[in-house]
Design a protein around this ligand. Structure first.
Ligand SMILES: *Cc1c(COP(=O)(O)O)cnc(C)c1O
Length: 244
């Protein structure tokens, strides 16, 4: 069995164990395999092991791989999870199924218009990125602005608003990890409760949080999508930072 296949099984085991420990149904936790910096051959191996959803951070690298794997497109689900400049939105609208890192209206508006010619892919599924740790350098909206941004995105055609995404400041301390994830979950639940009867919020069901080092804490706090890279594909070159 290949190394990637093995690592995927190990991650699924961690997901199942955490789900069991925290009383979650493992079927409600989707694994996004983060393949940034790894070649399309690695994605193919993961796909043959049953993995369908892949996350990418860099537009050009991602589009190259999506094109190389075009024959497999119907089986694959592409998630953009990196920081995005507004002059790169067209590529996202043309190639991706999900966009996790919306942090301003302008990006959402451009994606909405640019998705139209690619309607065969269905609406682009989008999450609003929240800056939960309050670090100056990271992107994401301030938690107090998340609801307002969601309200602006919800009516946009070509997009389906799905929920929130966050990348808390990394820490080895499981209690600190859980505290950050809990803050995202509370924000998510409060938006969901306030908006449950509102058009455009009927699919607001996604909490994208948790990576190789902290997926258990994220599952404990309600993550429905975890984004795992190095624990599946191996170490990346140090220049490929975790950022969004
Ligand atoms: C790279 C990256 C990941 C995966 O991180 P690992 O620690 O390798 O699991 C998850 N989310 C985002 C936004 C990333 O940039």
């Amino acid at each position: 069995m290949g190394r990637i296949t093995n690592q995927l099984m190990a991650i699924q085991y961690r997901i199942d164990a955490a789900a069991e420990e925290y009383g979650r149904d493992p079927e409600t936790i989707q694994l996004i395999a983060v393949s940034k910096t790894f070649p399309s051959a690695a994605i193919e191996e993961a796909m043959h092991a049953g993995q369908r959803a892949f996350g990418e951070n860099y537009v050009q690298e991602a589009v190259d791989k999506i094109k190389q794997l075009d024959k497999l497109r119907p089986w694959l689900e592409w998630h953009f999870i990196g920081p995005l400049q507004s002059n790169k939105t067209a590529e996202i609208a043309e190639h991706f199924d999900w966009m996790h890192t919306i942090d301003r209206l302008k990006i959402a508006e451009r994606l909405s218009v640019q998705r139209e010619p690619h309607a065969r892919l269905g609406p682009l599924q989008v999450c609003v990125q929240v800056n939960i740790s309050g670090e100056e350098s990271k992107s994401g909206v301030h938690p107090s602005e998340a609801l307002a941004l969601c309200e602006q995105i919800a009516p946009l055609r070509g997009l389906t608003l799905r929920g929130l995404m966050a990348i808390p400041e990394p820490t080895q301390n499981p209690n600190e990890q859980r505290k950050s994830f809990a803050a995202v979950r509370e924000l998510f639940e409060s938006i969901r409760m306030q908006k449950e009867m509102t058009a455009g919020f009927h699919n607001f069901d996604t909490l994208s949080m948790g990576m190789s080092e902290d997926l258990e804490a994220a599952i404990a706090e309600g993550a429905t999508m975890i984004r795992v890279g190095s624990a599946i594909f191996g170490q990346r070159p140090p220049s490929a930072k975790i950022e969004a």
